[in-house]
Write a protein that binds this ligand. Structure first.
Ligand SMILES: O=C(O)CCC(=O)C(=O)O
Ligand SMILES: [Fe+2]
Length: 212
């Protein structure tokens, strides 16, 4: 009895998470502009670029690798999966924040998130990811998609690489990949697209929170 009471007491309402939950309930996606602060973004970006320069990234695939050309016509990004067990200092900051969010979602919404997977992504100039649903190719257990943008503060809107979310009412939300910004959306429901990068390299971490 007493323990139960204490469990209740150590819970504090987090306004940012509450906003995410409200948004998800209302429109199936949420845009959070200050999920990571500038120093965190700087560290995550350096870490990404360091690994990218070491040639650790691989061309992304879409399920079975039967036709390279078709795959290239669908998505052109390069990715590196992150391993929480081997996370460096910088990645630890990332996973700490994500784990806090998961804990909150499970506690307040009984979302039942049990697994997660994240990868770094680089979209070089000229690349894109055509309109798709994240659960088509890989995994029906994907519940929420989370994209964190690691571009620097000089990122221009004219660089392209917008994330377009196709809403259920038929309209579109165009989202610029600005540093610190995180976009969370229902993986099973919302189709989306990454527009062609016209200039520079578009840097991000993409991942999924999964049930069962
Ligand atoms: O980078 C983004 O904005 C979205 C990436 C995406 O849709 C995916 O990797 O499935
Ligand atoms: Fe996607």
């Amino acid at each position: 009895m007493k323990e139960e009471l204490f469990e209740q007491l150590d819970f504090t309402v987090n306004q940012q998470y509450e906003q995410i939950i409200d948004d998800l309930l209302e429109k199936q996606y949420s845009i959070v502009d200050d999920f990571f602060d500038p120093l965190e973004i700087l560290k995550l970006r350096s870490s990404l670029l360091h690994k990218y320069e070491e040639d650790k990234f691989k061309k992304s695939a879409i399920g079975n690798r039967t036709n390279e050309l078709i795959e290239k016509a669908i998505r052109g990004d390069f990715i590196l999966w992150m391993n929480e067990a081997e996370a460096g200092e910088t990645e630890k900051i990332f996973f700490h924040k994500i784990n806090n969010l998961i804990e909150y979602l499970n506690r307040t919404c009984f979302m039942g998130i049990l697994h997660k997977e994240f990868h770094y992504a680089v979209y070089p100039k000229g690349t894109f990811y055509k309109r798709h649903l994240d659960t088509f190719q890989n995994d029906s257990r994907r519940k929420l998609s989370i994209v964190s943008y690691l571009n620097d503060e000089n990122w221009l809107k004219t660089n392209g690489g917008e994330l377009v979310i196709y809403k259920e009412d038929g309209s579109e939300e165009v989202i610029y990949p600005l540093p610190g910004r995180v976009v969370i959306f229902e993986s099973q429901i919302l189709e989306h697209e990454v527009k062609e990068v016209k200039n520079s390299e578009r840097l991000s971490i993409t991942g999924w929170l999964k049930t069962r």
